[in-house]
Every structure is written in structure tokens, then in C-alpha cells.
Ligand binder design. Structure first.
Ligand code: SF4
Length: 372
């Protein structure tokens, strides 16, 4: 067990401030809190700040943070695919990139900038949220910030969580999910969340965390952080994603589940997702070049309907079966266990039903929110 884990925000060594944000008070606040050197830049010149070529830029790019404006929409539908069952999730785009470095991270194939970005114009973000939540006619809109970044990885310098949690604490139509692999959660204490924020951790076996999730918090620290959030009145969620096969995976994942339920009260877990390892073909080359030690691609994969490589169906079913049974033996009846991006065949085989029989995954998750 490593005890030397530190807040991933400390990995940032320099800040670039976009010229059009020079007087933005949030930018001033972040700069003064971070104590880091700042360079003012025109965004179009940023491509020249690092001389290395992509993907080598990714490593050094994780040390640089660009504070800028989001010129587009903040809230978007989760980029699920039609071919597999997805969960009607909305993504709140607060920035791009992450100072942690997971071998399997899909962002390596999507983002080629030599810096991470954080959007300062939260005034526009909240305006947009107000309008979209007001107009929303469904039940509760589930919104997460952990799609193009990690929700808490930069929070010690941005303190965005305080703004978001307080905002959602005043909403009746929205639920915020903060999804992370960090354990730097101190800013969540003392906030008036009113049960409208769910704090979620991606979990993996200690073996995978140690070798494939660089700078992410060790398992015990993630679970300790979850237990603290429960003490502060938050409900939690967990994502077993990506589930990765390796020699000894059964014991590895069993241990995660045992420790999870030893540390976090079952009735405070709103949902748990399961997702087998899958990747865009371009990722294999990039990740193998950056992490020569990795064995996660040394396996047989098939081409999924979403153009991602994934384990063979029977192989996925084996992984899921064990994890699902271990979870079902311990979890609360109110916790929604669901697959992220899986076929009806897998749902039927492992869980004994398909989502449409229960109104769809979105409705299942909405009920889990209501039953708390
Ligand atoms: S924590 Fe998430 S966003 Fe960050 S590197 Fe890992 S997979 Fe990517």
C-alpha cells in the first residue's frame, strides 16, 4: 500500500491565462490560491509552448493548466452510442484533461493539447444550467462533470465543487454527480448540498490502480474519502469501470468489494456501474508508446458496434458474473446496479432482465435517486 499519494492538483507546475480572461475574478482567485507562475497567452499561440510532438506532449501537458473561457455549450448529452444501452446522463463540461494519468484513459486519443484547460466563465455555465433545468420536463436531470476531466482532480485550486454543490443544493430538478479517482475531497465539507450531490468513485483492484492509474488515489484512500463524504451527509456511487482482466483478477475485485462494504454503509450507495475494458483502436498505439510496461492490450478483443475494441462476449460475461454476484450479496435493495454501454444479451444473462422491462436505465437510476 502506498502512503505517499498526493493531491493530483500539485502536479500542475504552471498556469497559462488566456488574454481574454485577464480581469476575470475567478482566474485571479485560482492564480492566487495556486501560487504558480503565470504566463498570459493568446490561445492560438499555445500550440507552440511545447516543442515535443503529440503524444509526447501529453506527459508535460499534464503539468500546465490553461485558464480560459468556454465559447460553446457547457451542458451536453453523454456521448453514449445507440448500439448499447446507455443511461440518459448529461455532461457538464467544466474543463478538459486531467493531471492523473491512467493508461487506458480515452482522453489521450481525444485531446492532443499540451495543457489541461479549465473554464473560468462559470457565470455562463450557471446561466445555461438555469435555463436548461427550468425548461426540463423529465423527472430529475442527472448531471456529471467527470467525462472530459476528473471532477475533483483540480478542486484544491479551483474550488469549483463548492460553487456546483451549493448551486445544486438549491435545485429541485437536477442531481450532480462528482466522479473522481482523487481523495482530495476536503472542499466538500461544510457545504449545503441538501442531498442534491452524489460523490462517486471509480474503483479498480489494487493491482490495476498501482500499475495502470498513475497519480490516482490508492483504493483505501478512495474508500476513506467516500466514508468521510457519507459522514458529511452525502450519498455515494461507485463505478467499476474499466474492469480489466489480469492473472488474479477474481481475488483483486473480490477484495475491492469486501473493502467497499466494510467502509461505506450499503444504504448510502445510490448506484454502482459495471463496464468492461473497451478502447478506441487509436488508443492502443498512444498508450503503448507512453506506457511500455502495460499488458492491458495483450488480450483478444473484438470490434464492438461502437467501433471500440472490447473483450469477447463470453469473457465479459465471466468478469461481470463474479463482480455482480459479489455486489448482490452485500448491496442494499435500493442501490441500482447497472451496466455502462452493454448489450441486452449481457443484461439478460447476468442480471436476468433487460433495461426496457424496467423503463430503461435512466428510469432505474431516477428511482434510485427517489428511494433515498
Ligand atoms: S482519472 Fe479519469 S480523466 Fe484522469 S487520467 Fe484517469 S481516466 Fe483519464
Amino acid at each position: 500500500m502506498t502512503n505517499d499519494w498526493r493531491d493530483p492538483a500539485l502536479h500542475i507546475k504552471r498556469i497559462y491565462l488566456a488574454k481574454n480572461c485577464l480581469d476575470h475574478p475567478y482566474g485571479e482567485e485560482i492564480i492566487s490560491r495556486s501560487g504558480l507562475p503565470v504566463t498570459t497567452v493568446d490561445e492560438k499561440d499555445l500550440g507552440t509552448v511545447l516543442r515535443e510532438e503529440y503524444p509526447a506532449t501529453l506527459k508535460e501537458g499534464k503539468r500546465s493548466l490553461l485558464l480560459c473561457r468556454n465559447q460553446g455549450e457547457f451542458l451536453k448529452d453523454c456521448p453514449g452510442t445507440r448500439e448499447y444501452r446507455c443511461c440518459d446522463y448529461r455532461v457538464l463540461n467544466v474543463g478538459l484533461g486531467c493531471p492523473m494519468d491512467c493508461v487506458y484513459c480515452i482522453l489521450q486519443a481525444y485531446l492532443n493539447t499540451p495543457y489541461l484547460s479549465f473554464f473560468l466563465n462559470t457565470e455562463n455555465l450557471f446561466e445555461e444550467l438555469n435555463a436548461k433545468l427550468e425548461a426540463y420536463e423529465g423527472g430529475v436531470m442527472r448531471i456529471g462533470t467527470g467525462e472530459f476531466t476528473d471532477s475533483m482532480a483540480l478542486d484544491s485550486i479551483t474550488r469549483l465543487s463548492s460553487r456546483l454543490v451549493r448551486y445544486f443544493g438549491r435545485q429541485s430538478k437536477g442531481i450532480l454527480e462528482l466522479k473522481t479517482k482523487s481523495a482530495a475531497i476536503e472542499n466538500l465539507q461544510y457545504l449545503e448540498h441538501n442531498g442534491r450531490t452524489i460523490v462517486a468513485w471509480s474503483l479498480n483492484s489494487e493491482e490495476i490502480i498501482a500499475h495502470q492509474e498513475i497519480r490516482a488515489a490508492p483504493l483505501e484512500q478512495r474508500l476513506d474519502a467516500a466514508a468521510r463524504c457519507v459522514e458529511w451527509g452525502y450519498d455515494c456511487a461507485f463505478h467499476f469501470d474499466p474492469i480489466i482482466s489480469y492473472p488474479g483478477w477474481e481475488e483483486g475485485y473480490r477484495k475491492v468489494i469486501t473493502r467497499l462494504f466494510e467502509k461505506v454503509p450499503a444504504q448510502r450507495i445510490v448506484w454502482i456501474s459495471l463496464g468492461g475494458f473497451r478502447y478506441l483502436p487509436a488508443l492502443k498505439r498512444i498508450a503503448s508508446e507512453r506506457f511500455s510496461h502495460t499488458q492491458i492490450f495483450a488480450h483478444e478483443f473484438i470490434d464492438g458496434l461502437d467501433n471500440k475494441k472490447r473483450y469477447f462476449r463470453n469473457f465479459r460475461a465471466n468478469l461481470y458474473k463474479l463482480i455482480y454476484q459479489e455486489l448482490m450479496a452485500r448491496c442494499s435493495p435500493t442501490t441500482c446496479i447497472y451496466f455502462c454501454m452493454e448489450s441486452d444479451e449481457i443484461w439478460r444473462e447476468i442480471m436476468g432482465f433487460v433495461p426496457s422491462e424496467k423503463g430503461g436505465i435512466g428510469a432505474m437510476l431516477d428511482r434510485a435517486v427517489e428511494m433515498r
